[in-house]
Design a protein around this ligand. Structure first.
Ligand code: NAP
Ligand code: MG
Length: 494
């Protein structure tokens, strides 16, 4: 099959997935009839037209979610919710080819990357399904006279707005919805405007799994829809993943009714290579830590600190690995680097590359030109490597969210921890050393929600993930995540 044939077959494969809003268990057009068009970033061509939700649609979805929360959903037993989630996991698995295609076409991630979710997405749902019957409060013996009975009840927080970014569209739906449903909440999902299609399929699979109407609502739209969710007086919590700027906006917009918030925000993660590291493993890992998903990963290891003694050799090895990366059509199984999500993001990344040059960093790979004519219509940026980067340069401070690696040199280990921590972000950090004492001593001193030693970017449903500082608050995955959707009530009975 030629790539054009693959592409046409792919389009046919997604033609029947939903394009309307899911509100109260029914598919409907937007109240004002408005639509939006999502683009395939590999070609720059329109991919699908779908309903575009606005404030009025969010209001309808919130009403439905409130009704469901106070109605049938609150009457479900833990076992009911567990069974629904397990059915949902099976349906996700059964439909995974379509899900992977939707995300690859809609946001440009290579098909091998989106296909990998075949295992991780159902695993995440099953993890939360497993937790449902374990949720419990405690009994307490108070010292007040009269020996009353005191128990804590763990209650669902209520109606949740879930606002997600474009870099891992389907995973974000699962990551937010599964723990919310496990806790007994109802939700309104507002996916990113660039990649909304798989969220609609997620909604359809929830219905097929037997999730009652109004419990999961999906309202694609622009920032207006997210803004309305954030300020809506009848939404109890927002779970948000996206940029720090939008996160700060949501904090302000949500103040009216003191919404509970969890915010997974940006990053500028430090990746530190000590001179005793296993270079055969560390060098390819350092390249993949920033180039996978074309750098559109919040915890990408974009600040690569390399110790003096191995600096030049390590740079050579990273460049050699970078040269092997195949950029191309996301549907080609050989492709490792797809396009950025859209032309706007491509322009942003190119501006950062120009700024890096203007501020005096040395460009050793990539840059602003993509030569291959076949890719010119898409929003491709080649994997780009800068050396001689100083801490005060823009490319060392700001999140680029593109395939741009900044290599910095260090000679002292206390100094590198100080420099690594001198970022306003604190999402991930990496450290490579064969010295177990250094791993313990330095790993603990890094101010980040996740520190990976002799590995990078590993994730597991059981392991909490989230940020320090401007990278946000709250944790996703792990036991703590479901508690982000619960309130504690103390019940005194005499
Ligand atoms: P974004 O611009 O902040 O958008 C994220 C979501 O917020 C989208 O659904 C967006 O809608 C919506 N939104 C925009 N303005 C809003 C407003 N005023 N009120 C409420 N919602 C609003 O982020 P992005 O560019 O899509 O994603 C990239 C960012 O996400 C990066 O900073 C990255 O680091 C971060 N990220 C973090 C993690 C993590 O786990 N920490 C994971 C992935 C990504 P529209 O699409 O319509 O604009
Ligand atoms: Mg798109």
């Amino acid at each position: 099959m030629t790539l054009a044939q693959t592409f046409n077959a792919a389009l046919a494969g997604i033609a029947s997935t939903p394009r309307q809003l899911l509100i109260d268990g029914r598919w409907s057009d937007a109240a004002d009839g408005g639509t939006m068009v999502t683009i395939n970033p590999a070609t720059g061509l329109p991919l699908a037209e779908l309903a575009c939700g606005r404030a009025a649609d969010i209001d309808l979805a919130v009403t439905a979610a409130r009704r469901a929360f106070e109605g049938p959903w609150s009457a479900t037993t833990p076992y009911d919710r567990q069974r629904m989630l397990l059915r949902l996991a099976d349906l996700i698995e059964a439909n995974y080819d379509t899900i992977a295609l939707l995300d690859s076409l809609d946001m440009g991630a290579p098909i091998t990357r989106t296909q990998a979710g075949r295992h991780t997405a159902p695993q995440l749902v099953r993890y939360y399904a497993g937790l449902v019957p374990t949720l419990r409060g405690e009994t307490i013996t108070p010292s007040v006279p009269g020996a009353p009975f005191v128990a804590t009840l763990r209650e669902p927080v209520g109606v949740v707005g879930a606002i997600t970014p474009w870099n891992a569209p389907f995973r974000m739906c699962v990551w937010k919805a599964a723990p919310a449903l496990a806790a007994g909440c109802t939700i309104i999902l507002k996916p990113a405007e660039q990649s909304p299609l798989s969220a609609l399929l997620f909604g359809q699979l929830c219905l097929e799994a037997g999730v009652p109407p109004g419990v999961v609502n999906v309202v694609p739209g622009m920032a207006e829809a997210g803004q309305r969710l954030a300020e809506h007086p009848d939404v109890d919590k927002i779970t948000f993943t996206g940029s720090t700027r939008t996160g700060q906006h949501i904090i302000r917009a949500s103040a009216g009714n003191l919404k509970r918030l969890s915010l997974e925000l940006g990053g500028k993660s430090a990746h530190i290579i000590l001179d005793d590291a296993d270079l055969d493993l560390a060098a390819p890992a350092a390249a993949h830590a920033v180039f996978q998903n074309s750098g559109q990963i919040c915890s990408a290891g974009t600040r690569l600190f390399v110790e003096d003694g191995i600096h030049d050799e390590f740079v050579e090895r990273v460049l050699a690995e970078t040269a092997t990366l195949r950029m191309g059509d996301p549907l080609d199984p050989e492709t490792q680097i797809g396009p950025l999500v859209d032309q706007t993001q491509k322009t942003t990344v190119q501006q950062y590359i120009s700024t890096g040059l203007a501020e005096g960093a040395s460009l050793l790979a990539g840059g602003t030109d993509v030569e291959a004519e076949a890719l010119a219509a898409g929003s491709f940026v080649s994997p780009t490597v800068f050396t001689g980067v100083r801490d005060d340069m823009t490319i060392a401070r700001e999140e680029i969210f593109g395939p741009v690696l900044s290599i910095l040199r260090f000679s002292d280990r206390d100094e590198v921890i100080r420099r690594a921590n001198a970022s306003e972000y604190g999402l991930g950090a990496g450290l490579w050393t064969q010295d177990v004492s250094a791993a313990h001593a330095l790993g603990r001193r890094l101010r980040a929600g996740t520190v990976w030693v002799n590995c990078y970017q590993l994730m597991d449903p059981a392991v909490p993930f989230g940020g320090y500082k401007l990278s946000g608050y709250g944790r996703e995955s792990g036991y703590d995540h479901v508690h982000e959707f619960l309130e504690t009530k103390a019940l005194w009975i005499r």
